[in-house]
Design a protein around this ligand. Structure first.
Ligand code: FEO
Ligand code: CA
Ligand code: CA
Ligand code: CA
Length: 604
């Protein structure tokens, strides 16, 4: 590995060599220790994990599946003790349930009510207390009063903001339109300045069921009273059979239930009895994440992408200012304005307000109130003329008026749909946009934008990649997904190439991407995943001596035709047994803790 590929890079470490194999790799001089795996008991009385005899009751007290967002908040100001908050985005049945093949899950033939309840119990989130032991290593505090699971099976949530209690939010089970059973497909998220945990509801459409199918076997929503709106959101996806046994997931029985999903959820990690809140002021779409910052004028700003091909980049700006006295459920999350971005060809960005009565957002156009604008955010953004993007994933503000937008890829953009902010047709590898808000204020409604990097292999001309030429063969990447800014203001990117990783031949990983000076646009590989896994997190503690990483779905993405890895017929087709490497255990999504050997700030 080259010692330091980039002159002027602020990231001090020797790159990991690119590749793809059954385990993870971290830069020399660092430890990447497994902290929590799917099934690990998280409460004092939780049963030990028994993968051959899993139950929903056990899963409700064990770490969930497919860890995605990771956040951390210290307890009582002690940096050696705190609460870890982790999203569990979705489930991979063929590697969770012994003997259940992929096809059993596709046609649901093998999905019993008990397996479905396990799936539901494995979704949602986890809050656990962790502490540093005498060796300086982080450990779960299993008997902590804070430890809990948040699931779509048994965690009731309330609502606030413009759509709370609205007639379109009411169902048979909840005539007040104020109580929802749980959260799903929690992809990325964020921590608020007051230490609460935000969970973004992303691909909620996939969980809805209908028994009405057309001649081709596709959902037939033609009789639904809001068919056009359902279609814009892709509901019902019929990815899961939950609606066969849980009425609220069946739109034939609860036609308004989809309006109650696709929001940003706030959780109070310090109070297990506090009911999480779905904040409807932040709009309803396939929320990738919810990274917050305090604008220099004191306003709370939350950047949110809608991860769908040709969907939009949003940000929310509070009306009030952050005083430092905020607590869980602060009105800063319900009293504010949601904006959607228009990226103009001249390099300016205009944030268009999603406010009822403004421009086309009127009753004449189907928006009777602000509740309608929030429930139908995508349609409102369509009407305002926002710029259709290449799948906006995480968006990371830095606090100085700068934000980084991950555009992960868009295989469906055609040559005539290319624009300055989405410059490549059939974009397999994505790009990253840097926004500079006017006046250095995150709350500004105008700013400028530029492309920081166009991803993919710079050695292949047809790819059209754009990197600082000091980037080594290890450092370039495809499909940026999550991002973090460390306490020194440096940008880190994790990737999710999905089943398309064969196009680069590289595992997903964590990259240090320089944004400043002569090294701007130089990328270095710090960590890489086991085969078939996507990297989520990343999250640095304020001291920068600890980095949390989440390896999602190890052994599964794009691995069906792989050869050369150990397999076992009990679980379908796992290409790796990471992290246990036990033939009786499938691969397990896990959270890792990265620390420097001997301690100290990471990459310095
Ligand atoms: Fe769940 Fe947009 O990645
Ligand atoms: Ca993601
Ligand atoms: Ca992030
Ligand atoms: Ca992704």
């Amino acid at each position: 590995t080259p010692a330091d590929a980039a002159a002027g890079s602020r990231y001090v470490f020797d790159e990991v060599a690119w590749g793809n194999d059954a385990t993870h790799h971290i830069a020399e001089g660092y430890d990447a220790d497994v902290l929590l795996r799917w099934g690990d008991p998280i409460t004092a009385d939780a049963p030990e994990f028994d993968v051959m005899n899993q139950t929903a009751a056990a899963q409700l007290q064990q770490f969930g599946y497919n860890n995605d967002y990771v956040g951390f908040t210290p307890l009582d100001g002690n940096p050696d003790r705190g609460l870890l908050c982790v999203n569990h985005e979705y489930t991979n049945e063929e590697v969770m349930f012994p003997g259940l093949g992929r096809q059993d899950n596709v046609d649901f033939a093998g999905m019993t009510p008990e397996l479905i309840d396990i799936e539901m119990a494995a979704h949602g989130g986890t809050v656990v207390e962790i502490a540093r032991n005498s060796d300086g290593k982080w450990e779960l505090v299993r008997d902590s009063k804070y430890n809990r699971r948040i699931t779509p099976l048994n965690t009731k949530m309330t609502l606030d903001g413009p759509a709370a209690g609205h007639a379109r939010m009411q169902t048979n089970a909840d005539p007040e339109g104020m109580t929802v059973m749980g959260t799903v497909n929690n992809c990325a998220g964020g921590m608020t300045p007051w230490g609460t945990y935000l969970m973004a509801e992303e691909n909620f459409h996939g969980y809805f069921w209908t028994d009405k199918l057309d001649a081709e076997g596709n959902p037939d929503i033609s009789e639904h009273p809001e068919a056009a709106k359902l279609k814009r959101y892709g509901v019902p996806g019929r990815w899961y059979a939950w609606g066969k046994y849980h009425d609220h997931w069946n739109i034939d029985l609860e036609p308004q239930e989809p309006n109650r999903w696709g929001w940003i959820v706030e959780v109070d990690p310090r109070n297990p009895d506090a009911m999480p809140i779905k904040h409807t002021a932040l709009g309803r779409f396939r929320h990738e994440g919810a990274e917050t910052c305090v604008s220099e004028d004191g306003k709370l700003v939350v950047y949110c992408g809608d991860d769908n091909r040709f969907d939009y980049q949003y940000k929310y700006v509070s009306n009030g200012t952050v005083t430092g006295d905020e607590t869980f459920g602060s009105s800063l999350m319900s009293d504010g304005t949601l904006y959607v971005a228009r990226f103009d060809e001249d390099g300016t960005i205009t944030w268009l307000p999603l406010v009822h009565g403004t421009g086309p957002l009127t009753a004449e156009n189907g928006f009777d109130s602000q509740a309608d604008v929030m429930i139908d955010t995508r349609l409102a953004a369509d009407a305002l003329g926002a710029t259709p993007m290449d799948r906006p994933e995480d968006a990371q503000p830095r606090g100085d008026g700068t934000a980084y937008i991950m555009l992960t890829n868009n295989s469906k953009r055609t040559a005539d749909q290319v624009n300055a902010a989405n410059p490549r047709a059939e974009s397999s590898f994505g790009h990253i946009i840097e926004i500079k808000e006017d006046g250095g204020l995150h709350s500004a409604t105008t700013g400028t934008w530029s492309i920081l990097v166009k991803c993919g292999d710079p050695a292949v001309t047809e790819v059209g990649a754009q990197w600082n030429p000091d980037t080594s063969e290890n450092g370039w990447f495809g499909s940026p997904d999550n991002a973090a800014i460390d306490a020194d203001g440096r940008l880190w990117i994790s990737t999710d190439q999905g089943s398309g990783w064969g196009k680069t031949g590289k595992s997903d990983g964590l990259y240090a991407l320089e944004t400043e000076g002569e090294a701007r646009g130089t990328s270095k590989l710090f960590f890489r995943c086991p085969v078939g896994g996507e990297l989520c997190g990343p999250y640095f503690t304020d001291e920068m001596d600890t980095l949390f990483l989440a390896v999602q779905h190890p052994g599964t993405d794009g691995t069906k035709d792989l050869v050369g890895f150990e397999r076992d017929s009990t679980f379908e087709d796992p290409a790796t047994r990471w992290p246990d490497f036990d033939p009786a255990m499938p691969p397990r999504p896990s959270v890792l803790v990265v620390t420097k050997k001997g301690g100290g700030k990471i990459a310095t």
